[in-house]
Design a protein around this ligand. Structure first.
Ligand SMILES: O=P(O)(O)OC[C@H]1O[C@](O)(COP(=O)(O)O)[C@@H](O)[C@@H]1O
Ligand SMILES: [Mg+2]
Ligand SMILES: [Mg+2]
Length: 338
């Protein structure tokens, strides 16, 4: 008799995302199907954003909005477009009662107070790479609400902490488009077939190699990095590990997830708490990496153990192959004990 997880893994490569989600739900007869529908809603918005990304160079959707978002960062037209598309899909889908987006100051109430889930989202990640046709992405994180069904969601629904996530994932708009997610029973990946308009199972069970030989960080900030990070990176170079940095978190993360490696965004003078946002970048990617057998730390604290206090809170991020993250932590421990 197969366990529910094994049953899902037994599905063949080429299974459509819809069928996969349906079969996975059959493994849990008491599940209501709302989370499954929510994942379908996200996949639908991803297809629309994928279309916009693909033709961005031919439309007026490329370029800057000429204004900053709530993070004080230049907003790109595609940031705004992706934000609209995901919020619309989540609103129309009726499973999410509220959405937290990188592009919005406050929670967006969808008007679906019966919805049992809330979603935190980075609609378009790597926006500095849009204009130059380099891979970009979307990152999402799903919680079951703690407030009662029937009333509006509140801050508490979003500030439950990373270990409370029921699902998380990302879409990579790359040389092919992929959706990778976990509902807490391993990590699966689907590749989008443009002409058929479907995501197909391509990576039935993703686990990150324990020993990676890649480091990914913005070395332009080298002199701002903590000493222990510089020492670790120097050792990586002595060991002739490869340096790989796209500058789109989703793309850097995806490569390391499949091939092994560590991604580092340490605190810098410009960003003393790190640059990446906890609720829609750090938490979802940390949830996935633990599901894939890797590790994620913010300094010396596991990312998923951080208690969030703010929607747009930032945090350092060291994430990837277990051996590499542990090695980095040993440099941190040495510094602390010196
Ligand atoms: O230019 P930097 O400092 O290396 O920052 C790159 C990082 O910033 C981000 O672009 C932030 O994401 P957004 O594009 O969603 O704001 C990450 O994707 C990326 O890894
Ligand atoms: Mg981002
Ligand atoms: Mg973004």
């Amino acid at each position: 008799m197969l366990t529910p997880h094994e049953n899902t893994l037994a599905l063949p490569v080429g299974t459509t995302l819809d069928r996969f989600i349906m079969r996975k739900q059959e493994d849990f007869p008491y599940a209501t199907g709302e989370l499954s529908q929510l994942l379908r809603d996200i996949a639908l918005a991803a297809k629309i954003v994928n279309r916009e990304v693909n033709r961005a160079g031919l439309t007026t959707i490329i370029g800057s909005m000429g204004q900053e978002n709530v993070q004080g960062e230049q907003q790109q037209k595609l940031d705004v477009e992706a934000n609209i598309r995901f919020i619309r899909a989540l609103t129309n889908g009726q499973e999410a009662c509220a959405v937290l987006s990188e592009e919005e100051d406050d929670i967006i109430h969808t008007g679906n107070c019966q919805g049992r889930y809330v979603v935190a989202i980075d609609p378009l990640d790597g926006s500095s790479n849009i204009d130059v046709n380099v891979s970009i992405g979307t990152i999402f994180s799903i919680y079951r609400r703690v407030t009662p069904v029937g009333v509006e969601a509140t801050r508490e629904d979003f500030l439950q902490g990373g270990r409370a996530q029921v699902a998380a994932g990302y879409i990579l708009y790359g040389s092919s488009t992929m959706m990778v997610y976990s509902t807490g029973a391993g990590v699966v990946g689907f590749t989008y077939e443009n002409s058929l308009g479907e995501f197909f199972l391509s990576h039935p069970s993703i686990s990150i190699p324990r020993a990676g030989q890649v480091f990914s960080c913005n070395e332009g900030y080298w002199f701002d990095y903590p000493e222990y990070v510089r020492e670790y990176l120097t050792q990586c170079k002595r060991d002739q590990f490869s340096g790989r940095y796209v500058g789109s978190l989703v793309a850097d993360y995806h490569r390391n997830l499949l091939k092994g490696g560590i991604y580092l965004y340490p605190p810098t003078k410009k960003a003393p708490d790190g640059k990446l946002r906890l609720l829609y970048e750090g938490f979802p990617l940390a949830f996935l990496i633990e599901q894939a057998g890797g590790q994620a730390y913010a300094g010396t604290t596991p990312v998923l153990d951080i208690v969030p206090t703010d929607f747009h809170q930032r945090s350092p991020l060291f994430i990837g192959s277990a051996d590499q993250v542990e090695s980095l932590l040993s440099y941190a421990a040495e510094t602390a004990s010196a």
